[in-house]
Design a protein around this ligand. Sequence first.
Ligand SMILES: [Zn+2]
Length: 338
Amino acid sequence: MKGAVLYGPRDVRFEERCTPAIAAPTDAIIRISASCVCGSDLWPYRGINPITQPTPMGHEYCGIVEEIGSAVKTIKPGQFVIGSFFASDNTCPHCKAGYQTSCQHREFVTTAQAPILRVPLADGTLVPTPEVASTDLIPSFLAASDVLGTGWFAASAANVKPGSTAVVVGDGAVGLLGVLSAKQMGAERIIAMSRHEKRQKLAREFGAADIVTERGDEGVARIMELTKGVGADSVLECVGTQESMTQAIRSTRPGGSVGYVGVPHGVELNGEKLFYSHIHLHGGPAPVRRFLPELINLIWKEKINPGKVFDLSLPLDQVAEGYRAMDERRAIKALLRP
Ligand SMILES: [Zn+2]
């Protein structure tokens, strides 16, 4: 089979790779219906996370189960399934606590920009839909695999509740779906921080009432103005830079919460400032598996349409263009069809 391989900065190739096969009795092999390029794939693509050897790419996926290992009990061939970027057993203490991305047996799934994928710990990792998904729902199920699950975790970690004022820092796919998530959790007012017209429009569609285009001190000042000097109850940090994290913390009211899901790159926090801010900080790699059953149900019943974040759809052999379009911010998120 052919799949995506990253060779170095801005060098993604579509080339021959080994077709995965069952390696452990708990594995499943799935035929991918759709995969995509993640905002976090751009860190190695841009050379910020160095690549030392040709590296297969992709960690967002949904598709049809083709084969299962001898120890797999609940997942069956023919099912349409969604999994996430960490395989997890869903039975260890961390999984039971709802933190499947810290599973004691976790394995990173990194080869999903391909037609066939091996998923470890299939029973714990994969969640089937009630029936095989229709083509029009596939983008939304694919979104549940990572960006929706991550935006949902940001809103959950930021303690969004009915009546909350929520601020979303970051207008990538995760930030936009953080807006959708905050809306679903009952936020009364959602303020999205974005400078990009197309993304502002989608943020409004997903439920944002206000858009703030300023950043840094000016951005914080604008949030304070919009919240009558109080700050927001909940802030979703969906970028991972020093500027975005500082902006998130300074936009939060005393007693409020920051849910941070942007992978930190060079972020340092001042303990004393944090101490006097009186805020809750919670985040990390989103335990998407915790939310998958609920998200699948919302998508199946067509209550949410997170698939709208895919504004570019390409055949898998044009994966390099998908990376380029996202790198140049021409596309919010690129869907890839094997
Ligand atoms: Zn576990």
